[in-house]
Design a protein around this ligand. Structure first.
Ligand code: SF4
Ligand code: F3S
Ligand code: FES
Length: 248
């Protein structure tokens, strides 16, 4: 059961580009990345696309399909009407390199700005046992495949290049929250979260959570608890100490 689909794919580079129309065969069970590969094989051999696992695990194939941030390899063709024009464009928040490939180095810069896990000095292996509740809390955040779809979607930076310097984005604010909630991390990350990484710019619109292919509750489980901790700190440092000692 094949049919011909109408695809519209953005082609170009940092100097500009345009949407190009294609009519391309679709077979049962295929995903959008299959169709992009068919275009490469039959009509557009130089079409640039980044991908790796084709299993929703490497986070490379992020793009926008009909304006919605998606993984190309996890978007089934069966979710569209056969007559629908399917538009595939690169992620809008990051600079285009070529066609569907963007330069996502913004994210690596932000990752490097976060001080790493800081255990108490002199703690030796075997001297501390994690409680199950603490293990499970960070487990959710560690499902992140670094697809950067949340970073691409957040309105704070999506059309606001000027905010990029002062905003880590949901993925890295989540990383800060993960470390802040870790019972063994002795760094106080709340001041920096607010003043350096732009936590205050997040107005909890939850768009990041909606696009996360790993269904991580970024806003509810990371950003809002982090905001609560920042507020607690502003009013009462004892509350923060308690949260570290007795773990909420
Ligand atoms: Fe992708 Fe979700 Fe990780 Fe954001 S939090 S980078 S959307 S997997
Ligand atoms: Fe942006 Fe997510 Fe906050 S979309 S505004 S980081 S809730
Ligand atoms: Fe790895 Fe899509 S190719 S997530």
């Amino acid at each position: 059961m094949s049919y011909k689909a109408n695809f519209r794919v953005w082609r170009g580079d940092a100097d500009g580009g345009a949407l190009q129309d294609f009519v391309v065969e679709v077979n049962e069970g295929e995903v959008v990345l299959d169709i992009i590969h068919r275009l490469q094989a039959t009509q557009a051999p130089d079409l640039a696309v980044r991908w790796n696992c084709k299993a929703g695990k490497c986070g490379s194939c992020s793009a926008e399909i009909n304006g919605r941030p998606r993984l190309l390899c996890m978007t089934r063709m069966s979710t569209f009407d056969e007559s629908e024009v399917i538009t595939v464009t690169p992620m809008r928040t990051f600079p285009v390199m070529r066609d569907l490939v963007t330069d996502v180095s913004f994210n690596y810069t932000k990752a490097r700005e976060i001080p790493s896990f800081t255990p108490p000095e002199g703690l030796k292996p075997g001297e501390y046992r994690m409680q199950q509740v603490d293990v499970e809390r960070s487990q959710e955040f560690r499902k992140c495949i670094e697809c950067f779809l949340c970073q691409n979607t957040c309105h704070v930076v999506r059309d606001h290049e000027e905010n990029k310097e002062n905003f880590a984005g949901p993925r890295y604010l989540m990383r800060i929250a993960e470390l802040e909630m870790h019972p063994l991390d002795v760094a106080d990350r709340r001041e920096a979260a607010q003043s350096e990484h732009g936590l205050g710019l997040c107005n909890i619109t939850k768009c990041c959570t909606e696009v996360c292919p790993e269904n991580i509750h970024i806003t509810d489980n990371a950003l809002i608890p982090m905001k609560e901790r920042v507020v607690d700190r502003s009013y009462d440092p004892i509350v923060w100490l308690g949260s570290k000692l007795f773990r909420r």
